[in-house]
Design a protein around this ligand. Structure first.
Ligand code: PLP
Length: 412
């Protein structure tokens, strides 16, 4: 039977719960720095000009319809998406070492990958054992439950050193060395959520080398390509180093277009598997098993957003406009980082605030404690995540001074 003995009520999801409290708050000057969604300088959602152009093209085309996509998704989209992350001239594409499939945005990609790893990623000396998924400490909260849902265990690797507000590279490397062979290391491709702190190229090389030498698999979660630097190629440096460098591991990539095309609700994403060498039989087998997972879970992926993104990626003028849109978004976020930092310095707010401008992507890990975060919300109507993370995209010319004042008051 259904009984509350078995069905226990869960607390609201922390992030969406935060959003609900924000919506209910009657204060007219409340400020939402919670969910990682881009806002324009008026605090409003932004439909990218490239998306508007693509929607126009799509809706005026004679083939416009809402038919089902194939199980593996829209091929023009998945192929072009692979080039966005791997580069136009990727060896993996030329050597036919790539398997791609469309997913329900980044979350769906992670979910498909979790199932695929559980069923098919084997440690040859102990094929019965399941791989452990190593996640950065801290990481996007949903990572843990996505992998646990598929019956995989997660473990944490040191990442953020709170004392220095920088990367704990030694701790990270030790954790790679100590993990059982055949573990999976989830790596944020760029714009780490929640810290906004990414390894530098030399640090990435050490991390990837250690993953390779210890027989693990790198799983890249790419949800913010374009948000760190405004450049698609710069923001995929780590992925391209892993794919094109001298390593022998297979690679998995979960790619989301939610943020970088601003189509959060349309669920556009892809999974890419890169095999270390060309193996046609393995390539086909992996594609068939990934397709089976999609068929069993969602039958086929949503088409509208994939068609829009496919048009953007495959039409040179639209691609150019999209690259411009990424610069618009990343530049505005960068300016807001500067303004907030400068305002805190101007107020003489206790503590150091340079990390706000040194971090990149959508988020800043402010260093505010849970008690200070709660006070920000209660006393000032400034909503941020309990960890002290702010979505910098929620700042604008009209509100950053009030945010700085709120921070100033709660840390004193
Ligand atoms: N990965 C990270 C690190 C994220 O921050 C997010 C979204 O916030 C996702 C994946 C997945 O996002 P979506 O499912 O909307 O593509």
């Amino acid at each position: 039977s259904f009984s509350s003995k078995y069905i226990t009520q869960l607390p609201p999801d922390p992030l969406f719960g935060l959003k609900a409290r924000y919506v209910e708050d009657p204060r007219t000057d409340k400020i939402d720095l919670g969910i990682g969604a881009y806002r324009d300088n008026n605090g409003k959602p932004w439909i990218l000009p490239s998306v508007k152009l693509a929607e126009n093209l799509l809706q005026n085309s004679k083939d416009y319809n809402h038919e089902y996509l194939p199980i593996s998704g829209l091929k023009q989209f998945t192929q072009a998406a692979a080039k966005v992350i791997l580069g136009e001239d990727s060896k993996a594409i030329k050597e036919d070492r790539l398997v791609s499939i469309q997913s329900l945005s980044g979350t769906g990609a992670l979910h498909v990958v979790s199932r695929f790893l559980k069923d098919f990623y084997k440690n040859d000396s102990n094929p019965e054992s399941l791989p452990t998924i190593y996640l950065s400490q801290p990481t996007w909260a949903n990572h843990i439950q996505i992998f646990n849902f598929s019956g995989l265990k997660t473990a944490a690797y040191p990442y953020w050193d709170n004392a220095t507000k920088s990367l704990d590279l030694d701790g990270f490397l030790k954790s790679i060395e100590n993990a059982p062979t055949g573990s999976v290391f989830l790596l944020h491709a760029t714009a780490h959520n929640p810290t906004g702190l990414d390894p530098k190229p030399e640090q990435w090389k050490k991390i990837l080398r250690a993953i390779d030498e210890n027989g693990h698999l790198p799983l890249f979660d790419s949800a913010y390509q374009g948000f760190s630097s405004g450049s698609l190629s710069k923001d995929s440096w780590a992925v391209r180093e892993a794919v094109d460098g001298d390593y022998k591991f297979p690679i998995l990539i979960c790619q989301s277009f939610a943020k970088n095309v601003g189509m959060y609700g349309e669920r556009v994403g892809a999974v890419h598997l890169i095999l270390p060498e060309h193996d046609e039989a393995l390539n086909k087998a992996a594609f068939s098993q990934l397709s089976k997972i999609i068929r069993a879970e969602i039958s086929n992926p949503p088409s509208y957003g994939a068609k829009i993104v496919s048009l953007i990626l495959n039409t040179p003028e639209l691609k150019k406009q999209w690259e411009q849109d990424l610069i618009t978004m990343s530049t505005r976020i960068g300016q807001m980082r500067l303004k907030l930092r400068d305002e805190l310095v101007k107020l003489g707010t206790p503590g150091t605030w340079n990390h706000i401008v040194e971090q990149q992507g959508m988020f800043s890990f402010t260093g505010l404690t849970p008690v200070q975060v709660e006070r920000c919300e209660k006393e000032h109507g400034v909503y941020l995540v309990g960890s002290g993370r702010i979505s910098v995209a929620g700042l604008n010319e009209g509100n950053y001074k009030r945010v700085a004042k709120a921070f100033d008051e709660v840390v004193r």
